[in-house]
Design a protein around this ligand. Structure first.
Ligand SMILES: *Cc1c(COP(=O)(O)O)cnc(C)c1O
Length: 384
């Protein structure tokens, strides 16, 4: 057995089922294991490495900032924080005017829950069946999968679930105490289920009419993944809050809760030690700059269309449906996905599941057409 694997198994409190590979290096859309095997990465660390692994622009920015100032408490102003916030708001959907910086997706959702309660003075939340919003107790309360929740009850009071894209069910679920509705524009973990524009527009109006905060979770869909900077742009709505993380710092841990003018929170009510530290902010600036300079939104769109065109040429008997937006790809299978993922690993392609039967691919947005060709050929063979 690999010495590294043995060492890690000895000391890690393992919460993830593992693949039997030790990854040691990445470059662009490629990964290498300790034996020197090279993989095409269609996972990007679960949609994180959108600007590619070992991105030189990001590495340079981090090095420079590490030599200058790594940490700065929230009780001071800071040049990198000011610039990162400006950059973030400049690419955010219309109506998002301020942001709270934190360190992860679940924290961004946690913050949105607290802010919604503060602003509305109400307590309840509604989220969607098959939705995923994180693993801390608040975000977990909005996460649908029973396997994630059952052993940690009681969770936060006042959370309920309705079917995604079904307005009547949502409308009948709201009460006088509903503070917020939390939805992904495209459900990621839940199987790449694409949000319906008309549905979201009705939800927007429902929230307006009932003083409910509409919280859009763009943690997986954000930062060019779906062919727009944010998937909210497809829906033609203005959220009250939007949660982001994953690709935001190119792999550096950072998240944010973006807020509209409705969200006013006095100092002292919420906070974080690490959130918005200068090093994380330098990563955000470098990552967003890279996305803008390389038009990664357009690239995701073009490459997604290219993938679909290529894969559509094959007869795939194991496939029920392909759902795709930009480079957010879900292939619903007629069988379990795990053996397919293993077969792809054997062929040196890293992909992801989304539930038991959906093969999910979130490659770095810098992936080449040549790599997509290789991925498609292998998929065609494995899924024929
Ligand atoms: C990954 C994810 C989260 C949780 O983010 P973490 O950084 O893992 O806490 C929340 N919502 C969505 C939609 C996600 O994809």
């Amino acid at each position: 057995m690999s010495a590294i694997k043995e060492l890690q198994q000895k000391y890690e409190l393992e919460v993830f089922p593992k693949r039997d590979v030790v990854l040691v290096k990445g470059k662009g859309a490629h990964l290498w294991d300790e034996e020197g095997n090279e993989y095409i990465d269609c996972a990007a660390g679960i949609g994180v490495a959108s600007i590619g692994h070992a991105n030189p622009k990001l590495a340079e920015a981090l090095k420079k900032q590490a030599d200058t100032l790594i940490t700065c408490p929230g009780t001071f102003y800071n040049d990198m924080k000011a610039k990162a916030l400006e950059k973030l708001i400049s690419v955010a959907p219309e109506g998002m005017t301020k942001a709270y910086l934190c360190n992860s997706g679940t924290e961004a959702v946690e913050t949105a829950i607290k802010f919604a309660r503060y602003v509305t003075k109400k307590k309840g939340f509604i989220s969607a069946m098959k939705g995923f919003h994180g693993r801390t107790l608040g975000a977990l309360s909005a996460t649908y999968k029973m396997e994630y929740r059952e052993d940690f009850m009681p969770l936060i009071e006042g959370f309920s679930f309705v079917p995604y894209n079904n307005f009547e069910k949502l409308e009948s679920a709201i009460t006088e105490d509903t503070a917020g509705i939390i939805l992904e524009p495209i459900q990621g973990e839940g199987g790449i289920n694409i949000g319906d524009k008309e549905y979201f527009q009705k939800v927007r109006k429902l929230c307006d009419d009932n003083n409910i905060m509409l919280i859009i979770d763009e943690i997986q869909t954000g930062f060019c993944r779906t062919g727009k900077f944010f998937a909210t742009e497809y829906l033609g709505i203005k959220p009250d809050m939007m949660t982001v993380a994953k690709a935001m710092g190119g792999g550096f841990p950072v998240g944010a809760t973006l807020c509209s003018d409705k969200i006013q929170i006095p100092p002292g009510k919420h906070g974080t030690t690490f959130g918005g530290n200068a090093l994380a902010c330098s990563a955000v600036i470098a990552s967003i700059d890279f996305m803008l300079e390389n038009k990664l939104d357009k690239k995701a769109n073009e490459l997604g269309a290219y993938f679909l065109e290529k894969i559509s040429k094959y007869e795939l008997s194991k496939v029920r449906e392909i759902r795709i937006k930009g480079l957010m790809i879900g292939i619903e299978l007629k069988e379990k996905v795990q053996p397919i993922l293993q077969e792809l690993m054997n062929r040196k392609i890293v992909a992801l599941p989304a539930g038991n039967t959906v093969l999910r691919m979130l490659p770095p947005l810098v992936i080449s057409k040549e790599d997509i060709d290789i991925v498609v050929e292998n998929l065609a063979d494995v899924l024929k």
